[in-house]
Design a protein around this ligand. Structure first.
Ligand code: SF4
Ligand code: SF4
Length: 114
């Protein structure tokens, strides 16, 4: 079944609640890197959004799935991108101190802390 044909509750149930799309991302040279800094509205114990019904108002940077796909904020294992041809996922792991440094400068010193 195509995503657009799914009932909303089926579509929403695809989410594994990993919270990765609710982290701050940094674009460095057109590569999207995933920090470990979560949106202030994400409950890190449950990985649930605390303002889900009003999320796009409460957090204007909160993206819809189509927006997030376009921006590349989803990780490779997110169910919503499995059938998106040519999707380039956000980078979750790297071994480059320069990238660490750039992300910390943009998001703060705790941006990569677990
Ligand atoms: S990355 Fe995908 S599976 Fe994880 S919380 Fe976001 S939408 Fe759900
Ligand atoms: S407002 Fe958006 S980005 Fe923030 S926790 Fe809720 S769903 Fe995630």
């Amino acid at each position: 079944m195509k995503p657009q044909d799914m009932p909303l509750e089926v579509w929403e149930a695809l989410c594994r609640k990993c919270g990765k799309c609710c982290t701050e991302k940094v674009d460095i040279d057109d590569v999207i890197y995933m920090s470990k800094k979560y949106c202030r509205f994400l409950d890190k114990d449950t990985m649930q959004c605390g303002v889900y019904e009003d999320r796009h108002v409460a957090e204007p940077g909160c993206m819809t799935v189509p927006q997030g796909v376009k921006a590349g904020i989803f990780p490779a294992d997110c169910p919503y991108v499995q059938t998106v041809e040519g999707y380039v996922p956000a980078v979750e792991e790297w071994n480059d101190p320069a990238i660490d440094q750039a992300i910390r400068e943009i998001l703060g010193d705790d941006a990569l802390d677990d």
